[in-house]
Design a binder for this molecule. Structure first.
Ligand code: SAM
Length: 289
């Protein structure tokens, strides 16, 4: 049975090991069992699953994962947490702890070796300072993953889930939604953590698409167009693309593409759906020859 997930046990462990929180590692440990249950439920962890946990901390969420999954691999950067994890997880024989930086782990290899290349689940209360590199890294390296269920800043979860038109919609929404279907499973207030973060948090599940929702001739080009369109939010799409440092497109080509796609000449990037960006990028790709 999981013993952590409440303030009393957490404080006992921290005192036993004279642990000092390291701000630079984004350490905010969960102390609420309801939130832990919600994460496990949202991730749909079952006895066939290999789960990769990023940043186990003192092993709170890890205990819940070990109960629910076949096997858990937990990657923790802070070497001071390793003896604590060996203690709090000693009752489980289905856990491997790696003292590494998640951004440097070859996850494709790990999934190949431990799960025969079959998709794994990624579950984490993420260190907020590297939320985007972790998630985009998983997508872009094409790691076999069924779903990613993570605690992130509420504001980031809202941006990941946002659709066209609103203030939260932007490059992150489009990048995430190209690879996965987002679902916000819970909003989590600061008092569920020790120490309390300064921002609200949310649990978001990203279920990776079997087939991508749009067919793209050149992914890199589409993401350059998306970044250019949102770099200057208040500008029209045409001006955003025209002023881009990253892609050099002639004014004529931009106008031609916008006209051919029947977009209004004054349309802004924030009005375009993923399908619109796909069409724009495929057309520009063809025009560039
Ligand atoms: N999972 C624990 C919990 O829910 O109580 C701790 C979550 S805490 C928000 C983030 C954890 O990620 C910390 O334990 C921190 O040391 C670890 N961490 C930070 N940067 C990391 C990195 N680059 N690679 C692996 N772990 C990292």
């Amino acid at each position: 049975m999981a013993s952590l997930g409440n303030p009393k046990e957490t404080i006992e462990i921290l005192n036993k090991y004279h642990f000092n929180f390291q701000k630079k590692f984004g350490q905010n440990f969960l102390i609420d069992t309801h939130v832990l249950d919600k994460i496990i439920k949202a991730a749909e962890v079952g006895k066939d699953d290999l789960v990769v946990e990023i940043g186990p901390g003192i092993g709170t969420l890890t205990q819940y994962l070990c109960e629910a999954a076949r096997e858990v691999v937990a990657v923790e950067i802070d070497k001071n947490l390793i003896p604590i994890l060996e203690d709090t997880l000693s009752a489980y024989d289905n856990i491997t702890i790696l003292n590494e930086d998640i951004l440097k782990v070859d996850l494709n290899r790990l999934v190949q070796e431990r799960n025969g290349g079959r998709p794994v689940k990624v579950v984490a209360n993420l260190p907020y300072y590297i939320t985007t590199p972790i998630i985009m890294g998983l997508f872009e390296a094409h790691v076999p993953v069924e779903n990613i269920t993570v605690m992130v800043q509420k504001e980031v979860a809202d941006r990941m889930q946002a659709g066209p038109g609103g203030k939260d919609y932007g490059a992150l929404s489009l990048a995430v939604q190209y690879y996965a279907k987002p679902y916000i499973a819970a909003n989590v207030p600061p008092n569920c953590f020790m120490p309390r973060p300064n921002v609200g948090s949310a649990v978001i599940r990203l279920t990776l698409h079997g087939d991508k929702p749009v067919v793209i001739k050149d992914e890199a080009l589409m993401f350059k167009l998306i970044r250019a369109s949102f770099n200057q939010r208040r500008k029209t799409l045409a001006n955003g693309l025209n002023n881009s440092e990253e892609i050099k497109l002639s004014k004529e080509l931009i106008t031609e593409a916008i006209t051919e796609l029947d977009f209004s000449p004054s349309i802004r990037g924030e009005a375009l759906t993923l399908a619109d960006f796909a069409a724009l990028s495929n057309l520009i790709y063809d025009k560039q020859g």
